[in-house]
Design a protein around this ligand. Structure first.
Ligand code: ZN
Length: 164
């Protein structure tokens, strides 16, 4: 396994639309494992392939420790409710934002063996799925946040931007 380099928000690859995966090859399985390792190394709860420079529809999510989801070609097939809360992104260092998301989502995807799976969840899982799937469309949470706070290296707030 390998730790991959995470692109940050000025990189134009983060703004591209990712392509569907045609077949789940050993190379894709290696990428999934590397993405999980990279996410854990940075203490993230989710990571999308474009964040490591690969424009494929692949995300990994671990909102509950040791319960890793590896989603290939994920699609949200149902969502409900609303939650308003804090969000951050490994590709947008030293910022956090308040983002409205559905409180429940049901996702259809392929797993690492190329089998179709359906997974549902609420709260942080739902937020994370929406955030990671946005990455596949070239959208960052800072595009849709109501309020964005910028911090210095010591964690002190240095700027608060409110959007109307
Ligand atoms: Zn992100």
């Amino acid at each position: 396994m390998a730790i991959l380099k995470i692109l940050t928000d000025t990189n134009p690859r983060l703004r591209k639309i990712s392509k569907e995966v045609d077949s789940v090859t050993p190379k894709i399985q290696t990428l999934l494992n590397d993405m999980v390792e990279t996410m854990r190394k940075h203490q993230g709860v989710g990571l999308a392939a474009p964040q490591v420079g690969i424009l494929k529809r692949i995300v990994v999510i671990e909102t509950t420790p040791d319960e890793v989801h590896k989603f290939i070609n994920p699609v949200i097939i149902e969502s409900a409710g609303e939650q308003v809360g804090d969000e951050g992104c490994l590709s947008v260092p030293l910022k956090s934002g308040i983002v409205n998301r559905p409180n429940y989502v049901k996702v259809k995807a392929l797993n690492e063996n190329g089998e179709e799976i359906i997974v549902e969840g609420t709260e942080l899982f739902a937020r994370c799925v929406c955030h990671e799937l946005d990455h596949l469309e070239g959208i960052l949470y800072t595009d849709i946040a109501n309020k964005i706070t910028t911090y210095d290296e010591d964690g002190n707030e240095i700027l608060v931007e409110e959007k109307k």
